[in-house]
Design a protein around this ligand. Sequence first.
Ligand SMILES: C=C(O[C@@H]1C=C(C(=O)O)C=C[C@H]1O)C(=O)O
Length: 357
Amino acid sequence: MTNAKLDALRGRIDEINLLLLELLSERAAIAQEIGQEKEKQGVPKHDPIREKEMLEALVARNNGPFDTDAIRHLFKQIFQASLNLQQNDHKKQLLVSRKQKKEDTVITLGPVTVGGTKPIMVAGPCSVESYEQLRTVAASLKQAGVHVMRGGAFKPRTSPYDFQGLGIEGLRMLKEVASEFGLKTISEIVDPAHIELAGQYIDVIQIGARNMQNFELLKAAGEVRTPILLKRGLAATIDEFLHAAEYILSRGNSQVMLIERGIRTYEKATRNTLDISAVPILKQESHLPVLVDVTHSTGRKDIFAPCAKAALAAGADGIMVEVHPDPPTALSDAAQQLTIEEFNRFYTEVNKNGIVF
Ligand SMILES: C=C(O[C@@H]1C=C(C(=O)O)C=C[C@H]1O)C(=O)O
């Protein structure tokens, strides 16, 4: 083939490329409009029956030189790209999305803010056990300069024979001790019926990893105005995590904080695998504050501090860690709670130059 002939043919291909591009773009814009219509009607974006019908029609009209498989493959790619567009458009419309709200959501908890100028430290026992236990922890948190105390009253445990928590009585104890020491509180709620009541006792309602997709609980959490700390599920993708938060925002409660707590992988060196990359991704995709639970993600006291520092370096708005006056006697998570002395060392190391509230 002479160069002139080759150039001419390639020139035609260039022209056809441009025509295809124009047609593909026009097609894509129509697919986006269809996506908007589906959004309004609340129907799924993916329509495999429609795709099958189009493929059959195209294959029937195909006279070569591409064979049937090639035609199917090419058009499936086009359908997939259109579907991706529709799904991305949907994501941009989520209330949790940064595309909807550019500014960071800032949640005020007494003297501190979450998602504001400085990251916060949340610490406290795994479970509320006694007044004495709570007072000892509260006093040491106060002394260290920590403002928010956690403590579980409802404990969703793997085994039904393990300590299930003190329930409402535990919330009452938490409130009493926290007000003695001027601390704000976080505790997990597991029953939609307790969500409203919880607001009388605690400052932040935690929805635990096992309940991340308990949609009735999420809906109930959306009906109140108490801030919510939503934990990432044990095997939840970032997309599922954000959609779980969307349930709460969609019902009107915009005071939502996300917390990465490790995901299930094959790795056995840690209790779960701390997904540090989730922090910058969540911060990019969403305006909600993002915290990291170093206790449950790693389950290893010896690496809490470096993991907390890594989380802060990745942009986390806070760290959560468990502390107990006497971990070996703790009624839950005995192995991974810090003693008060260990907590003080941890906090000093993480809070170098006073970077944390
Ligand atoms: C555009 C639509 O949405 C999706 C994309 C399709 C396409 O690109 O043709 C077809 C079906 C759907 O999976 C549609 O439903 O028509």
